[in-house]
Design a protein around this ligand. Structure first.
Ligand SMILES: [Zn+2]
Length: 435
């Protein structure tokens, strides 16, 4: 049998309940971007153009970042330690209005893709402006992504006449990427508080017409929920429910301040949630009710949000902090386990994003895999592999990244991106901006 790639894994973390989560000495066959077989050692009948010897390494699914704003890379470390409303309305939104342009977005995303690859992320859900430019960068980098073009009532860098959105960027993304193997265009209404009923309805009409999903910030802060009650007499979730928005496949970013009724409505809908613990902690927003959401069968992903509120795109840290935050806030060290965090950072995150067959190492799944060198002083001894991945790894262990069967980073060398060129272009662009 002829394959494109064979990976010989020492330790294999499948994230597949049926196969067993941790296996030893397995060979993975990849063809046309898909995993087509997982067997004990390499059968003599197998042949491939390329073979990776990872017998002294750990192989696991690539990680899924369910919520990010990649071009905000340029805002890392800017306006930290401020109250949320001041941070967003006095700094981030005015800076974006002044600085965000196609080159800002392209260069910021090119930098971000290098960080994603370094930390073993193969799928990302992004939400920003000029998202068609972001889609092109992510496609060129070989990553898998949901690309969400923003819709809002406030004037946006790529649509000054909002809320009269021209939808031109969405049209362009749809024409270029609908049905693409890795890049999925989605609509990204900014949040219920920044979109009128009519703006949301217009977005729904567009989504219905072209069969598209949503990503949207929902119930991130206490203030946002209080304002919704004052203005509409109901929670943001209830309002989205009443508008029919929740009949659409969507991922709600944050979902921090959810009532029991909100959780009931989400459980009855095809909506998933991105849990973004570090951003919520840093902005002092609160803690998502993860155990209750999981108990109700709601699909949860794990997101970093932007580096302006995190300040990195590292899902290994996010898993660690995400588990510990739930243990702390619930006064229960079983509130969120390492295994549940790994599910959120892999296949459950992909399911929450409505991306099928991603996040497990299993025949029929997309060949999105990462290879880690676990021979590190901070990873000895290895009593429990899953606990090591969540509580002890820091992301620096990631050596090789494969997405859709293509090797994007090998032994820490970027194969499709030029690190030096990206750095020099980014620093020249940063110097040209007035922050
Ligand atoms: Zn966000």
């Amino acid at each position: 049998m002829n394959f494109d790639l064979i990976i010989e894994a020492g330790t294999l973390v499948t994230c597949d309940d049926n196969a067993g989560w941790v296996l030893e000495n397995k060979s993975i066959a990849i063809k046309d971007g898909m995993i087509v077989a997982v067997e004990d050692s390499t059968p003599s009948t197998w042949a491939a153009k390329n073979k990776i010897n990872a017998k002294s390494r750990l192989v696991m699914p690539g990680l899924v970042n369910a919520h990010a704003h990649l071009p905000m890379n340029f805002f890392r470390g800017l306006a930290d330690d401020l109250p949320f409303e001041e941070w967003l309305f006095k700094y981030i939104l005015p800076l974006e209005a002044r600085l965000v342009a196609p080159d800002f977005v392209r260069i910021g995303t090119e930098l971000a893709t290098l960080e994603l690859l370094s930390m073993g992320v193969t799928t990302v859900c992004d939400m920003y402006y000029f998202e068609d430019v972001i889609a092109d960068v992510l496609d060129k980098a070989g990553l898998r992504a949901c690309v969400g073009e923003s819709v809002a009532d406030f004037p946006m860098p790529d649509c000054k006449e909002a809320p009269k959105n021209n939808y031109k960027i969405l049209d362009r993304m749809r024409e270029r990427y609908q049905g693409h193997a890795r890049i999925k265009p989605v609509l990204a209404p900014h949040a219920p508080y920044s979109c009128s009923d009519e703006t949301l309805k217009e977005a729904m009409r567009y989504a219905d017409k072209f069969g598209m999903d949503f990503t949207i910030h929902v119930s991130e802060t206490k203030n946002e929920v209080e304002e919704s009650f004052k203005k509409f007499g109901m929670s943001p979730v209830k309002r989205l429910w009443n508008l029919g928005f929740m009949q659409h496949k969507s991922i709600f970013a944050h979902g921090v301040h959810l009532s029991d009724e909100d959780i009931e409505l989400i459980a009855k809908s095809p909506v998933g949630i991105s849990y973004n613990p570090e951003s919520n902690m840093k902005l002092g927003s609160g803690t998502t009710r993860v155990p209750e959401l999981l108990k109700r069968g709601i699909k949860l992903g794990l997101g970093t949000d932007s580096v302006a509120s995190n300040n990195d795109l590292n899902l290994f840290k996010e898993m660690d902090v995400g588990a510990k935050l739930q243990k702390l806030s619930n006064h229960d060290n079983t509130a969120l386990t390492a295994k549940e965090c790994l599910k959120m950072a892999t296949f459950q995150g992909a399911e929450a994003l409505n991306i099928p067959n991603v996040g497990k190492i299993k025949s029929g799944y997309c060949a999105d895999l990462i290879i880690l060198d676990m021979r590190k002083p901070w990873l000895e001894p290895r009593h429990d592999v899953l606990a090591q991945l969540v509580y002890a790894c820091n992301g620096s262990e990631v050596e090789t990244v494969i997405c859709h069967g293509e090797v994007l980073m090998e032994n820490k060398k970027y194969l499709k991106s030029d690190l030096e060129k990206t750095f020099s272009e980014a620093s020249a662009y940063r110097r040209s901006m007035q922050f």
